[in-house]
Design a protein around this ligand. Sequence first.
Ligand code: HPA
Length: 281
Amino acid sequence: MTNPDIASLIQHAADAVRAKSDLQPRVLVVLGSGLGALADEVTDPVRVPYGDIPDFAVSTVPGHAGAFLLGGLCGVPVIVMVGRVHFYEGYPMWQITLPVRVARALGATAMIVSNAAGGINRSFAVGDVMMMSDHINLIGMAGHNPLIGPNDDSLGARFPSMTDAYDTQLRAIARQVAGAASIELKEGVYAGLAGPSFESPAELRFLRAIGADAVGMSTVNEVLVARHGGMRVLGFSGITNVARLQSDEGEPPSHQEVLEAGPKIAPKMMAIVRGVLNEWR
Ligand code: HPA
């Protein structure tokens, strides 16, 4: 499917979810690395596996389960994406971002999104949490953007702005929550790449030169679609490894390293998200 009728795909998928739960979510929470355990805190959860939702893609990556959870989180009705699919898995952009479209159709007006990322900013260390202040959409600049194709004006504008894509007010709340809990919260620019190969040292030097603080293989497409649909966005990167800008600077990055950093990141990221949701009630 190259140019699917996205509105009818959204409708079919949303109908399938509604048939399992009539909860109207206010917030979409995308559980990437660092937030996975939040799934256990969802009250009265209704689980809808992606495989049961028409046209949803199912992840091929170990550690990325695939289901929507509908329920309460800190008293806020939420829809949680437990697992996501990535561009490098070979899925088209419209399919990677369909869950965000469906969450919007079900009523979510905001998205909290998380990911694992490599640290590029020299002041970042493994285990840090970086709140996203902006992004560099390198996949998009290379011609892959989920908004390419005929625009459905009922979903959003043809040329959506990405100024203030990461909501200023929500970021202020997150800063406050982190400060009150004595959690160090970094902020910076996330560069979104296709992957699945990690960056070469020369590519990392390029990313630093263009102003990236962290680099990863997800999130940006979800943010584009969320903003297209008018959702407010708050994003967090868990720094799972730091960039080696010379090939002789220690071990090369690995998926194992990315998975191992989780326990350092998860409690901090979860505390911030809980705090933000508490403010939301
Ligand atoms: N590069 C790209 N994506 C990543 C990295 C990285 O170093 N770490 C976690 N996701």
